[in-house]
Design a protein around this ligand. Sequence first.
Ligand SMILES: [Zn+2]
Length: 328
Amino acid sequence: MRSRPLFPTDGKKQRISFRHLLAFTCNPSYSRFMHSLRQIFALLFVWGIGLACAGAADKIRVSSFSTVLTEIAQKIGGDRVEVTGHIKPGIDPHEFEPKASDIRTVTNADLVLLSAKHMEGYVAKLKDSIGTKGHVVEVGDQKMQSLKLVDRSEHEVEDPHWWHSPRNLIIATKVVRDELTKISPADKALFAANATAYINRLEVLDDWVRAKVSELPRDKRKLVTNHDAFGYFARDYGFTVMPISGVAKNDQPGSKNVAELIAKIKASGVKAVFSEDVANPKVVQEITRETGAKFGGELLSDGLGTGEAATVEGMFKHNVKTIVDALK
Ligand SMILES: [Zn+2]
């Protein structure tokens, strides 16, 4: 038996009227049609929920407290990780304190990545929150040599700014690769391939930095910046750092220190001094006024920035171009 058409037509082009709609909803084909539609929607809904749950449960949850480690975890983990970057570009990691929402996320993480070398004063609090569930990895403390610097109370402390050395970034990449592999051994080959590709890029970056820095004679490689963040960079590329203040950007240099630095800059003929993305540039202005050195530009000292400096590669290129071009 042929069922009646849903919309009765006499072959002519017609507009759908109220009469048509009434006929349509009273037609037995309509109820069969709606029943099938409901079944399809129910199936799609269950399938969608299933996929979403499987996807979320399957992924390795990573909490990162460094913009640089956020990039590394994303590059190595690819689609297999869901990375929460608790420190965003522009946030001063020396002053950062985790909020209740950060702690909640950390509690559900499989892996927590920290810069370490005493950057995070809240590490004990994080370890307490996570308990035995996830794994806290203090990346900067793994197989990475520490340089020293002088803090605001004139004490020698570990320099936490290890990411200004591609050599250290390669160590960090291997640490993250190994930690992800421990959590998901089935993805070992994927993490290894991603790490190799990323390390290759870091090696190319290191070559680029060396070539760019070679434009600058050794006696001109003197770096005057707001805070003492470029020790590892200086070690790798033959610079001498002349910091205006200590470990953190909010450190205020004493007037005696500023006077000494001004004398050093005048004596060594440094052409430019630099400021940083979130630092107070007042002291830099005073130094340029007193010494005749020019303001060389802003450097990214405490992690990734935005725009062209939103990646490790971009951050390096921005810093190195700014330094070399101003000191030439
Ligand atoms: Zn810093």
